[in-house]
Ligand binder design. Structure first.
Ligand code: ATP
Length: 351
């Protein structure tokens, strides 16, 4: 099978397990994000793929070939770290040419490749400038150009944008994605920023507690989180307790019943956790309770520009709803309000 395959990959430091039982297939040409909270094992996993950490167990295969014990320099993977690790005393051109020089590429070919890469990152004018005299974003681009100089099979990026301010970070996210698509290079990006992962990735690998929690497209992960950990980590959500009543209904703590998609794995009487995203809750003038339309009371309202965030107490649950100003009909603290939870937007989360 083509692409990068990880089978039962593990990393232990003494008795502590940093990465447990990772099984992944990363197809060619895709941008994959390893996303998860600090300490969950993202960097360790990336470093094992790079060959910078040994495996305690499992296999890594690239296009069918076992590379789990191949030295890093023989894997031909490009890598950009958070620190970028550029050589400050060298010029832009020298930095980009460095990996080519190490591989014994001729001076003329080095020069031609540097010119080609500078055109790609649009820094043609800066070939002779010391990297110390570049802006943060320009340094970032040089680090990427250096990482792809020797046409690596895979590009590995370990939180490369975390030192940049929010605005530059966003524009670099777009630049990296465009470059990755243009070159069609398999790329793994490590990040703890869920927005970065959701807006850049073809595939998101959510890691938590040292293991893979879910693999999917950004929309799959957001709309169909596999468990409470993923639901909570990705985006904002209302996670609330309920009791299974059977026939596609659950009971809320305050006693109201809610229709939800039928979930065959739960049994009547089981305590479950439910998820509904704030943008899926519909608020309206108070009306009689019917179906999934319940009565609640506004406890907090916050105008955040394009949207209004409202907290509503409803059947023993505190829900957060997002609406647009045009939908805001005098939402004031203490007022009664009708809250509709569309059945198709309610998810039963597995434990
Ligand atoms: P962050 O986002 O903070 O960089 P991460 O998800 O990349 O975190 P890792 O750096 O992979 O997490 O670390 C995973 C776990 O392995 C952590 O508990 C960490 O303390 C541990 N760990 C990492 N490197 C070593 C090491 N060399 N020796 C012992 N434990 C280590």
């Amino acid at each position: 099978m083509t692409g990068l395959i990880l089978e039962n990959v593990e990393k232990r430091y003494g008795s502590a397990c940093a990465v447990k039982d990772v099984n992944l297939h990363l197809p060619e040409g895709k941008l994959v994000c390893f996303l998860g909270p600090s300490g969950c094992g993202k960097t360790t996993l990336l470093r094992m793929i790079a060959g910078l950490e040994t495996l305690s167990g499992g296999e890594i295969r690239l296009d069918g070939e076992d590379i789990g014990h191949t030295p890093a320099h023989e894997r031909n993977f490009g890598m950009v770290f958070q620190s970028l690790a550029l050589f400050p005393h060298m010029t832009v051109g020298e930095n980009i040419a460095y990996p080519l020089k190490l591989r014994g590429v001729s001076k003329a070919d080095q020069q031609a490749r540097v010119v080609e890469l500078l055109e790609l990152i649009q820094l043609q004018e800066m070939i002779d400038r010391p990297v110390a005299k570049l802006s943060g974003g320009q340094r970032q681009r040089v680090a990427i150009a250096r990482a792809i100089a020797s046409r690596p099979k895979i590009l590995l990026l370990d939180e490369p944008l975390s030192a940049l301010d929010a605005k530059l970070r966003e524009s670099m996210q777009v630049e990296i994605r465009q470059l990755q698509q243009r070159l069609n290079i398999t790329t793994i990006l490590v990040t703890h920023d869920q927005r970065e992962a959701m807006t850049m990735a073809d595939i998101v690998v959510v890691l938590g507690e040292h293991r893979v929690q879910q693999v999917g497209t950004p929309i799959e992960i957001y709309r169909h989180p596999a468990n409470e950990f993923v639901a909570d980590f990705i985006g904002s959500g209302n996670i609330f307790p309920a009791t299974a009543l059977g026939n596609g209904k659950v009971g809320l703590p305050g006693g109201d019943a809610l229709e939800v998609p039928i979930c065959s794995s739960i049994v009547v009487g089981e305590k479950v956790k439910m998820l509904i995203r704030p943008e899926d809750l519909q608020l309206s003038h108070p009306q009689a309770t019917a179906g999934n339309r319940l009565l609640g009371k506004v406890t907090f309202v916050r105008d955040i520009g394009a949207t209004i965030e409202t907290t509503v107490e409803c059947s023993g649950v505190s829900f957060t709803a997002l609406s647009t100003p045009s939908q805001g009909f005098g939402l004031n603290i203490g007022n009664p309000v009708s809250v509709t939870l569309p059945a198709e937007a309610c998810r039963v989360l597995s434990a």
